[in-house]
Design a protein around this ligand. Structure first.
Ligand SMILES: [Zn+2]
Length: 455
Protein backbone atom coordinates (compact mmCIF):
# COMPACT_ATOMS: atom_id res chain seq x y z
CA UNK A 1 0.00 0.00 0.00
CA UNK A 2 2.91 2.31 0.75
CA UNK A 3 4.41 1.65 -2.62
CA UNK A 4 1.02 2.32 -4.25
CA UNK A 5 0.91 5.69 -2.47
CA UNK A 6 4.36 6.55 -3.75
CA UNK A 7 3.49 5.51 -7.27
CA UNK A 8 0.36 7.68 -7.08
CA UNK A 9 2.40 10.66 -5.89
CA UNK A 10 4.76 10.26 -8.83
CA UNK A 11 1.95 9.85 -11.35
CA UNK A 12 0.08 13.06 -10.37
CA UNK A 13 1.24 14.64 -13.63
CA UNK A 14 0.22 11.69 -15.79
CA UNK A 15 -3.14 12.51 -17.37
CA UNK A 16 -5.92 9.97 -16.90
CA UNK A 17 -4.38 8.49 -13.74
CA UNK A 18 -6.10 8.26 -10.38
CA UNK A 19 -3.57 10.72 -8.97
CA UNK A 20 -4.39 13.21 -11.71
CA UNK A 21 -8.06 12.93 -10.76
CA UNK A 22 -7.20 13.81 -7.15
CA UNK A 23 -5.07 16.69 -8.40
CA UNK A 24 -7.99 18.03 -10.45
CA UNK A 25 -10.36 17.71 -7.52
CA UNK A 26 -7.92 19.72 -5.41
CA UNK A 27 -7.65 22.33 -8.12
CA UNK A 28 -11.44 22.69 -8.23
CA UNK A 29 -11.49 23.07 -4.45
CA UNK A 30 -8.90 25.74 -4.91
CA UNK A 31 -11.22 27.53 -7.35
CA UNK A 32 -14.07 27.25 -4.84
CA UNK A 33 -11.86 28.74 -2.15
CA UNK A 34 -10.76 31.62 -4.32
CA UNK A 35 -13.78 32.39 -6.53
CA UNK A 36 -16.56 31.07 -4.29
CA UNK A 37 -19.30 28.79 -5.61
CA UNK A 38 -19.74 28.52 -9.40
CA UNK A 39 -23.08 29.69 -10.79
CA UNK A 40 -23.40 27.52 -13.89
CA UNK A 41 -22.73 23.98 -14.97
CA UNK A 42 -22.25 23.60 -18.70
CA UNK A 43 -21.78 20.51 -20.86
CA UNK A 44 -20.92 20.69 -24.56
CA UNK A 45 -20.99 17.72 -26.94
CA UNK A 46 -19.54 18.88 -30.26
CA UNK A 47 -20.07 16.07 -32.76
CA UNK A 48 -17.19 15.60 -35.19
CA UNK A 49 -19.14 13.13 -37.33
CA UNK A 50 -21.78 15.68 -38.24
CA UNK A 51 -19.61 18.76 -38.39
CA UNK A 52 -18.75 20.47 -41.64
CA UNK A 53 -15.75 22.09 -39.91
CA UNK A 54 -14.35 18.71 -38.97
CA UNK A 55 -14.47 17.70 -42.64
CA UNK A 56 -12.27 20.65 -43.50
CA UNK A 57 -9.93 19.84 -40.61
CA UNK A 58 -9.28 16.40 -42.05
CA UNK A 59 -8.55 18.05 -45.38
CA UNK A 60 -11.73 17.34 -47.30
CA UNK A 61 -11.34 20.11 -49.87
CA UNK A 62 -14.81 19.63 -51.35
CA UNK A 63 -16.55 21.20 -48.38
CA UNK A 64 -17.25 24.88 -48.83
CA UNK A 65 -17.66 26.53 -45.47
CA UNK A 66 -19.02 29.74 -46.93
CA UNK A 67 -22.15 27.91 -48.08
CA UNK A 68 -25.15 27.63 -45.80
CA UNK A 69 -25.69 24.01 -46.91
CA UNK A 70 -22.27 22.54 -47.74
CA UNK A 71 -22.07 19.31 -49.70
CA UNK A 72 -21.12 16.40 -47.45
CA UNK A 73 -20.44 12.73 -48.01
CA UNK A 74 -22.91 10.28 -46.37
CA UNK A 75 -22.71 9.93 -42.58
CA UNK A 76 -21.27 6.41 -42.72
CA UNK A 77 -18.31 7.67 -44.69
CA UNK A 78 -17.90 10.60 -42.30
CA UNK A 79 -17.80 8.18 -39.35
CA UNK A 80 -15.05 6.24 -41.11
CA UNK A 81 -13.04 9.42 -41.67
CA UNK A 82 -13.40 10.21 -37.99
CA UNK A 83 -12.17 6.76 -36.95
CA UNK A 84 -9.14 7.11 -39.21
CA UNK A 85 -8.08 10.50 -37.91
CA UNK A 86 -8.04 10.70 -34.10
CA UNK A 87 -5.67 13.69 -34.18
CA UNK A 88 -8.07 15.79 -36.25
CA UNK A 89 -10.92 14.70 -33.96
CA UNK A 90 -9.02 15.89 -30.90
CA UNK A 91 -8.15 19.16 -32.57
CA UNK A 92 -11.77 19.61 -33.59
CA UNK A 93 -12.92 19.26 -29.99
CA UNK A 94 -10.33 21.71 -28.79
CA UNK A 95 -11.22 24.16 -31.55
CA UNK A 96 -14.95 23.91 -30.79
CA UNK A 97 -14.49 24.56 -27.09
CA UNK A 98 -12.11 27.45 -27.69
CA UNK A 99 -14.60 29.02 -30.14
CA UNK A 100 -17.47 28.75 -27.67
CA UNK A 101 -15.43 30.46 -24.96
CA UNK A 102 -13.93 33.06 -27.24
CA UNK A 103 -16.86 34.08 -29.44
CA UNK A 104 -19.91 33.22 -27.35
CA UNK A 105 -18.66 33.63 -23.78
CA UNK A 106 -16.32 36.53 -24.60
CA UNK A 107 -13.22 35.00 -23.01
CA UNK A 108 -9.84 36.43 -23.94
CA UNK A 109 -7.45 33.46 -23.88
CA UNK A 110 -4.41 35.68 -24.24
CA UNK A 111 -5.20 37.94 -21.32
CA UNK A 112 -6.84 35.08 -19.37
CA UNK A 113 -9.90 37.15 -18.51
CA UNK A 114 -13.24 38.20 -19.93
CA UNK A 115 -13.30 40.75 -22.73
CA UNK A 116 -14.70 44.10 -21.59
CA UNK A 117 -18.01 43.53 -23.39
CA UNK A 118 -18.36 39.92 -22.11
CA UNK A 119 -20.46 37.32 -23.89
CA UNK A 120 -23.92 35.77 -23.95
CA UNK A 121 -23.72 35.02 -20.21
CA UNK A 122 -22.29 38.43 -19.34
CA UNK A 123 -18.63 38.65 -18.32
CA UNK A 124 -17.12 35.37 -17.09
CA UNK A 125 -14.88 35.46 -14.06
CA UNK A 126 -13.36 32.00 -14.45
CA UNK A 127 -14.08 28.46 -15.58
CA UNK A 128 -12.87 24.95 -14.91
CA UNK A 129 -13.58 22.08 -17.27
CA UNK A 130 -12.89 18.43 -17.93
CA UNK A 131 -12.53 16.69 -21.28
CA UNK A 132 -14.28 13.37 -21.22
CA UNK A 133 -14.14 10.78 -23.97
CA UNK A 134 -17.36 8.78 -24.07
CA UNK A 135 -17.63 5.11 -24.89
CA UNK A 136 -18.74 6.18 -28.37
CA UNK A 137 -15.39 7.98 -28.76
CA UNK A 138 -16.85 11.45 -28.67
CA UNK A 139 -15.22 14.13 -26.55
CA UNK A 140 -17.50 15.99 -24.14
CA UNK A 141 -16.60 19.08 -22.17
CA UNK A 142 -18.02 19.52 -18.65
CA UNK A 143 -17.52 22.99 -17.19
CA UNK A 144 -18.09 24.88 -13.98
CA UNK A 145 -18.57 28.58 -14.75
CA UNK A 146 -18.11 31.51 -12.41
CA UNK A 147 -19.88 34.71 -13.45
CA UNK A 148 -18.53 38.15 -12.67
CA UNK A 149 -20.42 39.43 -9.62
CA UNK A 150 -21.90 35.98 -8.92
CA UNK A 151 -23.05 35.50 -5.34
CA UNK A 152 -22.54 32.59 -3.00
CA UNK A 153 -25.76 30.65 -2.25
CA UNK A 154 -26.26 32.08 1.25
CA UNK A 155 -25.88 35.69 0.06
CA UNK A 156 -28.12 34.93 -2.88
CA UNK A 157 -30.89 33.48 -0.68
CA UNK A 158 -30.73 36.56 1.49
CA UNK A 159 -31.08 38.94 -1.46
CA UNK A 160 -33.92 36.88 -2.96
CA UNK A 161 -35.81 36.94 0.31
CA UNK A 162 -35.41 40.62 1.06
CA UNK A 163 -35.31 42.42 -2.29
CA UNK A 164 -38.22 42.02 -4.68
CA UNK A 165 -36.48 43.99 -7.45
CA UNK A 166 -33.40 41.79 -7.19
CA UNK A 167 -35.56 38.67 -7.43
CA UNK A 168 -37.13 39.91 -10.68
CA UNK A 169 -33.77 40.77 -12.22
CA UNK A 170 -32.33 37.45 -11.06
CA UNK A 171 -35.09 35.39 -12.69
CA UNK A 172 -35.10 37.57 -15.82
CA UNK A 173 -31.39 36.94 -16.26
CA UNK A 174 -31.51 33.17 -15.77
CA UNK A 175 -34.67 32.70 -17.85
CA UNK A 176 -32.89 34.62 -20.59
CA UNK A 177 -29.73 32.49 -20.64
CA UNK A 178 -31.27 29.11 -19.81
CA UNK A 179 -34.32 27.87 -21.73
CA UNK A 180 -36.40 24.88 -20.90
CA UNK A 181 -38.90 24.98 -23.75
CA UNK A 182 -38.94 25.54 -27.50
CA UNK A 183 -40.63 28.49 -29.16
CA UNK A 184 -44.30 28.07 -30.04
CA UNK A 185 -44.12 28.01 -33.78
CA UNK A 186 -46.93 26.00 -35.23
CA UNK A 187 -46.46 27.25 -38.76
CA UNK A 188 -43.29 25.23 -39.28
CA UNK A 189 -43.29 21.64 -40.38
CA UNK A 190 -40.13 19.92 -39.31
CA UNK A 191 -39.02 16.80 -41.08
CA UNK A 192 -38.07 14.48 -38.18
CA UNK A 193 -35.20 12.98 -40.19
CA UNK A 194 -33.64 16.38 -40.87
CA UNK A 195 -30.09 16.71 -39.51
CA UNK A 196 -29.49 20.37 -38.56
CA UNK A 197 -25.87 19.75 -37.59
CA UNK A 198 -24.69 19.57 -41.19
CA UNK A 199 -26.21 22.95 -41.97
CA UNK A 200 -24.29 26.12 -41.22
CA UNK A 201 -25.84 28.61 -38.82
CA UNK A 202 -27.46 31.59 -40.58
CA UNK A 203 -25.46 34.79 -40.47
CA UNK A 204 -26.99 37.62 -38.46
CA UNK A 205 -27.17 41.01 -40.18
CA UNK A 206 -24.42 43.43 -39.31
CA UNK A 207 -25.70 45.59 -36.44
CA UNK A 208 -24.57 48.93 -37.89
CA UNK A 209 -25.83 48.37 -41.42
CA UNK A 210 -28.96 46.39 -40.73
CA UNK A 211 -32.30 47.78 -41.77
CA UNK A 212 -35.25 47.23 -39.53
CA UNK A 213 -36.77 44.81 -42.04
CA UNK A 214 -33.65 42.70 -42.10
CA UNK A 215 -33.64 42.53 -38.35
CA UNK A 216 -37.24 41.31 -38.25
CA UNK A 217 -36.48 38.65 -40.85
CA UNK A 218 -33.45 37.59 -38.86
CA UNK A 219 -35.40 37.39 -35.65
CA UNK A 220 -38.03 35.11 -37.13
CA UNK A 221 -35.27 33.03 -38.80
CA UNK A 222 -33.59 32.65 -35.45
CA UNK A 223 -36.77 31.45 -33.75
CA UNK A 224 -37.29 28.88 -36.52
CA UNK A 225 -33.70 27.74 -36.05
CA UNK A 226 -34.19 27.28 -32.30
CA UNK A 227 -37.22 25.14 -33.02
CA UNK A 228 -35.49 23.01 -35.68
CA UNK A 229 -32.25 22.49 -33.72
CA UNK A 230 -34.06 22.08 -30.41
CA UNK A 231 -36.32 19.29 -31.70
CA UNK A 232 -33.37 17.41 -33.15
CA UNK A 233 -30.75 18.06 -30.46
CA UNK A 234 -32.35 18.96 -27.13
CA UNK A 235 -35.45 16.75 -26.97
CA UNK A 236 -34.83 13.89 -24.54
CA UNK A 237 -36.11 10.46 -25.54
CA UNK A 238 -35.45 7.75 -22.95
CA UNK A 239 -33.11 5.04 -24.14
CA UNK A 240 -31.50 2.03 -22.36
CA UNK A 241 -28.64 4.30 -21.20
CA UNK A 242 -31.16 6.20 -19.03
CA UNK A 243 -31.62 3.10 -16.89
CA UNK A 244 -27.97 2.24 -16.36
CA UNK A 245 -26.63 1.62 -12.84
CA UNK A 246 -29.81 -0.10 -11.65
CA UNK A 247 -32.17 2.83 -12.32
CA UNK A 248 -34.85 0.49 -13.65
CA UNK A 249 -37.90 2.47 -12.70
CA UNK A 250 -36.90 5.95 -13.68
CA UNK A 251 -34.65 7.86 -16.07
CA UNK A 252 -31.36 8.73 -14.37
CA UNK A 253 -31.39 12.11 -16.14
CA UNK A 254 -34.70 12.70 -14.35
CA UNK A 255 -36.81 13.11 -17.47
CA UNK A 256 -39.58 14.02 -17.83
CA UNK A 257 -38.85 17.16 -15.77
CA UNK A 258 -41.59 18.73 -13.71
CA UNK A 259 -43.51 21.53 -15.43
CA UNK A 260 -42.98 24.84 -13.63
CA UNK A 261 -45.27 27.67 -14.80
CA UNK A 262 -43.12 30.47 -13.39
CA UNK A 263 -39.77 30.64 -11.62
CA UNK A 264 -39.97 31.00 -7.85
CA UNK A 265 -37.95 31.12 -4.68
CA UNK A 266 -39.18 28.93 -1.82
CA UNK A 267 -38.58 30.95 1.30
CA UNK A 268 -38.86 27.98 3.70
CA UNK A 269 -36.87 25.42 1.73
CA UNK A 270 -34.48 28.03 0.28
CA UNK A 271 -35.02 26.42 -3.10
CA UNK A 272 -34.71 28.32 -6.35
CA UNK A 273 -36.78 26.77 -9.11
CA UNK A 274 -36.58 27.98 -12.69
CA UNK A 275 -39.43 27.98 -15.17
CA UNK A 276 -39.88 24.77 -17.21
CA UNK A 277 -42.56 24.66 -19.91
CA UNK A 278 -41.56 21.49 -21.72
CA UNK A 279 -40.79 18.43 -19.63
CA UNK A 280 -38.62 16.60 -22.18
CA UNK A 281 -36.43 19.47 -23.38
CA UNK A 282 -32.95 19.59 -21.85
CA UNK A 283 -31.81 22.95 -20.43
CA UNK A 284 -30.20 24.94 -23.23
CA UNK A 285 -29.06 28.34 -24.35
CA UNK A 286 -30.57 29.45 -27.70
CA UNK A 287 -27.35 31.06 -28.99
CA UNK A 288 -25.20 28.04 -28.21
CA UNK A 289 -27.83 25.82 -29.80
CA UNK A 290 -28.18 27.70 -33.08
CA UNK A 291 -24.55 28.68 -33.58
CA UNK A 292 -22.79 25.56 -32.32
CA UNK A 293 -25.43 23.10 -33.48
CA UNK A 294 -24.77 20.36 -31.03
CA UNK A 295 -26.46 18.95 -27.97
CA UNK A 296 -25.56 20.76 -24.78
CA UNK A 297 -26.76 21.34 -21.28
CA UNK A 298 -26.56 24.48 -19.19
CA UNK A 299 -27.75 24.48 -15.62
CA UNK A 300 -27.83 26.93 -12.80
CA UNK A 301 -26.07 25.67 -9.66
CA UNK A 302 -28.05 27.19 -6.88
CA UNK A 303 -26.71 25.64 -3.70
CA UNK A 304 -23.34 24.80 -2.18
CA UNK A 305 -24.39 21.15 -2.17
CA UNK A 306 -25.16 21.22 -5.89
CA UNK A 307 -21.80 22.83 -6.61
CA UNK A 308 -19.95 20.17 -4.65
CA UNK A 309 -21.92 17.42 -6.40
CA UNK A 310 -21.06 18.98 -9.76
CA UNK A 311 -17.35 19.06 -8.94
CA UNK A 312 -17.35 15.37 -8.03
CA UNK A 313 -19.50 14.56 -11.01
CA UNK A 314 -17.07 16.13 -13.45
CA UNK A 315 -13.92 14.58 -11.96
CA UNK A 316 -15.51 11.14 -11.92
CA UNK A 317 -15.63 11.22 -15.69
CA UNK A 318 -11.89 11.16 -16.14
CA UNK A 319 -11.04 7.90 -14.47
CA UNK A 320 -14.18 5.94 -15.22
CA UNK A 321 -12.15 3.25 -16.93
CA UNK A 322 -9.15 3.25 -14.59
CA UNK A 323 -7.91 0.01 -13.00
CA UNK A 324 -9.32 -1.12 -9.64
CA UNK A 325 -7.10 -1.16 -6.54
CA UNK A 326 -6.76 -4.96 -6.50
CA UNK A 327 -5.74 -4.91 -10.17
CA UNK A 328 -3.15 -2.27 -9.38
CA UNK A 329 -1.78 -4.33 -6.49
CA UNK A 330 -1.41 -7.39 -8.66
CA UNK A 331 0.43 -5.27 -11.26
CA UNK A 332 2.69 -3.92 -8.53
CA UNK A 333 3.60 -7.36 -7.29
CA UNK A 334 4.60 -8.24 -10.86
CA UNK A 335 6.84 -5.18 -10.99
CA UNK A 336 8.43 -6.00 -7.64
CA UNK A 337 9.19 -9.55 -8.67
CA UNK A 338 10.81 -8.24 -11.85
CA UNK A 339 13.33 -6.15 -9.94
CA UNK A 340 16.94 -6.99 -10.77
CA UNK A 341 18.58 -9.02 -8.00
CA UNK A 342 21.94 -7.23 -8.12
CA UNK A 343 23.02 -5.14 -5.18
CA UNK A 344 25.34 -2.75 -6.95
CA UNK A 345 23.23 0.39 -6.72
CA UNK A 346 22.26 2.60 -3.78
CA UNK A 347 18.94 2.56 -1.91
CA UNK A 348 17.52 5.70 -3.55
CA UNK A 349 18.56 4.48 -6.99
CA UNK A 350 16.80 1.17 -6.34
CA UNK A 351 13.67 2.98 -5.17
CA UNK A 352 13.72 5.01 -8.36
CA UNK A 353 13.99 1.89 -10.51
CA UNK A 354 11.13 0.28 -8.59
CA UNK A 355 8.84 3.29 -9.02
CA UNK A 356 9.70 3.46 -12.67
CA UNK A 357 8.95 -0.22 -13.15
CA UNK A 358 5.62 0.09 -11.35
CA UNK A 359 4.59 3.04 -13.47
CA UNK A 360 5.51 1.38 -16.73
CA UNK A 361 3.67 -1.74 -15.61
CA UNK A 362 0.52 0.42 -15.16
CA UNK A 363 0.87 2.24 -18.42
CA UNK A 364 1.50 -1.00 -20.31
CA UNK A 365 -1.79 -2.40 -19.02
CA UNK A 366 -3.76 0.72 -19.73
CA UNK A 367 -5.69 0.96 -22.96
CA UNK A 368 -6.78 4.37 -24.09
CA UNK A 369 -8.54 5.54 -27.18
CA UNK A 370 -6.59 7.06 -30.06
CA UNK A 371 -8.31 10.43 -29.59
CA UNK A 372 -7.41 10.48 -25.91
CA UNK A 373 -3.81 9.57 -26.73
CA UNK A 374 -3.69 12.30 -29.37
CA UNK A 375 -4.98 14.79 -26.83
CA UNK A 376 -2.27 13.86 -24.32
CA UNK A 377 0.46 13.93 -26.97
CA UNK A 378 -0.75 17.37 -27.98
CA UNK A 379 0.13 18.40 -24.42
CA UNK A 380 -3.49 18.81 -23.33
CA UNK A 381 -4.33 17.14 -20.04
CA UNK A 382 -7.70 16.14 -18.66
CA UNK A 383 -8.67 19.63 -17.60
CA UNK A 384 -9.27 23.00 -19.30
CA UNK A 385 -9.22 25.95 -16.98
CA UNK A 386 -9.02 29.73 -16.88
CA UNK A 387 -6.48 30.14 -14.08
CA UNK A 388 -3.43 28.23 -12.92
CA UNK A 389 -3.14 26.88 -9.41
CA UNK A 390 -0.12 26.10 -7.29
CA UNK A 391 -0.29 22.82 -5.39
CA UNK A 392 0.95 22.85 -1.82
CA UNK A 393 2.16 19.68 -0.13
CA UNK A 394 -0.30 19.20 2.71
CA UNK A 395 2.37 17.45 4.81
CA UNK A 396 4.46 20.64 4.97
CA UNK A 397 1.45 22.75 5.85
CA UNK A 398 0.25 20.42 8.59
CA UNK A 399 3.67 20.02 10.19
CA UNK A 400 4.12 23.80 10.22
CA UNK A 401 0.68 24.45 11.69
CA UNK A 402 1.49 21.87 14.36
CA UNK A 403 4.84 23.48 15.08
CA UNK A 404 3.10 26.83 15.60
CA UNK A 405 0.10 25.72 17.64
CA UNK A 406 1.37 22.55 19.28
CA UNK A 407 5.08 23.27 19.74
CA UNK A 408 5.59 20.48 22.33
CA UNK A 409 4.44 17.88 19.80
CA UNK A 410 6.15 19.39 16.83
CA UNK A 411 9.43 17.51 17.15
CA UNK A 412 7.86 14.10 16.81
CA UNK A 413 5.42 15.12 14.10
CA UNK A 414 8.13 16.64 11.96
CA UNK A 415 9.99 13.37 12.19
CA UNK A 416 6.84 11.47 11.23
CA UNK A 417 6.39 13.59 8.16
CA UNK A 418 9.96 13.40 7.04
CA UNK A 419 9.56 9.73 6.18
CA UNK A 420 6.66 10.42 3.85
CA UNK A 421 8.30 13.41 2.34
CA UNK A 422 11.22 11.41 1.07
CA UNK A 423 9.23 10.56 -2.01
CA UNK A 424 7.92 14.04 -2.60
CA UNK A 425 10.54 16.35 -4.04
CA UNK A 426 10.49 19.45 -1.88
CA UNK A 427 12.98 22.16 -2.56
CA UNK A 428 14.58 23.35 0.66
CA UNK A 429 16.28 26.71 0.70
CA UNK A 430 18.22 28.57 3.35
CA UNK A 431 16.74 31.93 4.30
CA UNK A 432 16.67 34.48 7.11
CA UNK A 433 13.64 34.64 9.38
CA UNK A 434 12.10 37.83 10.75
CA UNK A 435 14.67 38.07 13.59
CA UNK A 436 17.55 37.50 11.24
CA UNK A 437 18.24 33.87 12.21
CA UNK A 438 19.21 31.35 9.59
CA UNK A 439 16.44 28.91 8.75
CA UNK A 440 15.51 26.38 6.15
CA UNK A 441 12.66 27.60 4.05
CA UNK A 442 9.98 25.74 2.15
CA UNK A 443 6.79 26.57 0.31
CA UNK A 444 4.90 27.16 3.54
CA UNK A 445 7.47 29.69 4.78
CA UNK A 446 7.32 31.36 1.45
CA UNK A 447 3.60 32.06 1.89
CA UNK A 448 3.79 32.70 5.62
CA UNK A 449 6.65 35.18 5.63
CA UNK A 450 6.32 36.89 2.30
CA UNK A 451 6.06 40.62 2.02
CA UNK A 452 2.55 42.05 2.36
CA UNK A 453 3.12 43.84 -0.94
CA UNK A 454 3.16 40.47 -2.72
CA UNK A 455 -0.30 39.63 -1.52
ZN1 LIG B 1 -34.24 9.25 -20.11
Amino acid sequence: MNILKSVNAVSACIPGSHASQIHIRNEIRNYFGYFGMPQLYFTANPSATHSTIFQVMCSNTNVNLTKRFPQLVPSRQRALTLAKDPVAATDFFDFSIKCIFKYLFGWDFQKKCSTSEGGILGPLRSFYGIAELTEQANFHGHFLLWLMGGLNPSQLHECLASDEGFKHRFFDFFEDIIHHHLPQNDGINIDPSYEPRIEHPPRPPHPTQALLDELYTWESDFVTQIKICGEALQRHVCRPVCHKYGKDNYCRFLFPHKIIEASYFGLQSKSIVLMCHDSTINYFNPYILVFCRHNHNIKCILSGKAAKAASFYITDYITKMGPKTYEMLSLLSKAVSNMPATDDCSGPAKAKILLHKCLSQFSRQQQIHGQQAARYIRGKGDSMSSHRTKPMMSAILISNVKSIYLPELSQSSVEDQSEDEEFEPISLRIALDQEGHLMTSNQFHYYYYREPTLQ
